[in-house]
Write a protein of this length. Structure first.
Length: 106
């Protein structure tokens, strides 16, 4: 919610999409989600910046392997830091900023 309140132009576009696809006569329901691509992007971007769980479920390789250049013996507990991946500047331009992708929908 704070991402939308801090970006009124994004909130305005999301509201317009809801009004166009769902209307004001009823509440949005799950089948409506497939028609709300801008809202889906807002949710995805919010979860990128603020993942529900910063660490993914632990993984246990069944055989020796190499991960990120490191040799990992079998049955080692591997923890994946999703928060760090989602904010990696090597993967994202301006990784700590909310990206609204508004230009894709104009």
């Amino acid at each position: 919610m704070s991402n939308l309140l801090n970006r009124p132009h994004v909130l305005k576009k999301a509201r317009a999409e809801l009004d166009d696809q769902v209307g004001q006569q009823r509440l949005m329901d799950e089948p409506d989600l497939s028609k709300l691509s801008y809202l889906q992007n807002i949710i995805s971007e919010t979860l990128r910046l603020y993942p529900a769980a910063p660490l993914l479920v632990p993984h246990f390789p069944s055989s020796d392997c190499t991960v990120g250049g490191y040799d990992v013996p079998r049955d080692t507990t591997l923890l994946v830091n999703a928060w760090a991946i989602h904010r990696d500047p090597k993967l994202w331009n301006d990784a700590d900023s909310f990206k609204d992708f508004l230009h894709l929908y104009l």
